[in-house]
Design a protein around this ligand. Structure first.
Ligand SMILES: [Zn+2]
Length: 355
């Protein structure tokens, strides 16, 4: 086995080992917290049978379920799984590498071993698509909004509208409230500036949740009613995503890296100083990783726009009912104004509705 194949083999087996041990870790955490598998299943929203399969590693949970398990257990360990790019098919190999194949001691790659990016080289434990969705979900849940008075807030609320309903007047988020007006119960959304001191005076209207739901349905129907102009705009959006993407390619960076590594070896052999070159190598490695992430995000955005185009093309009738999956799938932000609501889709399209 060549050294490279050996390292690859190890990364692969360590991967499998680590997801197994993370799941064993779940059962430890359950014990520690005195939480039954049944309770975890209930809180995560899966059946007991499914949860037992995950814990016993008979089955790997899908991204959103994994995110929910992490939320319930509050473990950084699971967050680590979710953020680990090894769980997508494309792995940045040798970020860690194995010095001792028998004891499987993993040593952080301090630059002794060159890094190889191996695209699609092994089967993904979590497919790239789901991984990216999970990342997005994690970011969404982590969102911290800073108010005018400098107060930071973040919400863990998992409602489909949380964190995406924004006040047109003051820019704060809207919050969900149960209202009881002389015995008449309703669920409304209200600007946070009107609920607590944010340093901003705001007069934004309070909006019934049913109105919000209706605005989403109206916006999508408006788009379905004018397919050709929205299709054209989506096409333009794809073009601009491509134009805005990184000009430097990974191949380009690799060429530079290779040359620098050669140069470093020569300098080291002739006992010259090579700190600057080493710094440049580290910088390029960072850039390389960032470029990979940017490319993945760009591809994801293009895919999302394509998905919406397909949806528009295939949808033959107008929507009659609200469905929260519409929000999670397509909608980025909903802005509340006095006389209208602006629904902004993740694909970069904005639709104003009278509501
Ligand atoms: Zn406001």
């Amino acid at each position: 086995m060549s050294a490279f194949a050996g390292i690859l083999f190890c990364v692969l087996s360590c991967n499998t080992l680590s997801i197994v041990s993370e799941m064993k870790h779940i059962s430890d955490l359950l014990k520690q917290n005195g939480l039954a598998q049944k309770d975890l299943a209930q809180q995560v929203g899966v059946t007991e049978v499914s949860m037992s399969r995950y814990v016993n590693v008979d089955r790997t949970p899908r991204g959103p379920i994994l995110a929910n398990i992490a939320r319930v257990l509050h473990t950084t360990t699971i967050n680590k799984i979710l953020r680990n790019e090894k769980y997508i098919g494309d792995a940045l190999l040798q970020k860690t590498y194995t010095t001792d194949f028998l004891s499987k001691t993993r040593v952080k790659n301090n630059g002794l071993v060159p890094q190889y990016y191996v695209e699609g080289n092994h089967e993904a434990i979590i497919p790239k698509e789901i991984y990216l969705q999970v990342q997005e979900e994690l970011v969404r849940r982590r969102v911290v909004k800073t108010s005018a008075n400098g107060k930071k807030r973040s919400y863990s609320c998992n409602h489909c509208f949380s964190q995406i309903v924004i006040c047109g007047e003051c820019g704060e988020m809207f919050r969900r409230l149960h209202w009881n007006n002389r015995g008449v119960k309703s669920i409304v959304w209200r600007c946070i500036s009107r609920l607590e001191s944010t340093g901003l005076e705001c007069h934004a209207r309070t909006i019934n949740e049913l109105v919000l739901q209706d605005a989403v349905v109206k916006a999508i129907n408006q788009m379905l009613g004018d397919k050709s102009s929205y299709q054209a705009q989506l096409q333009l959006n794809i073009a601009s995503v491509i134009r805005a993407s990184q000009v430097t390619s990974v191949e380009n960076i690799d060429e530079n890296l290779m040359a620098l590594q050669q140069e470093l070896i020569q300098k080291a052999q002739s006992k010259e100083a090579y700190d600057e070159i080493a710094d440049e190598i580290f910088r390029l490695r960072e850039l390389r990783q960032q470029t990979t992430v940017d490319t993945a995000a760009r591809d994801e955005q293009i895919k999302r726009i394509n998905d919406l185009q397909d949806y528009i093309a295939q949808q033959t009738t107008h929507l009659t009912e609200f469905d929260e999956s519409l929000v999670r799938r397509w909608i980025k932000q909903i802005t509340i104004w006095d006389d209208r609501i602006t629904v902004e889709l993740k694909s970069g399209v904005s639709i104003d509705v009278n509501a």
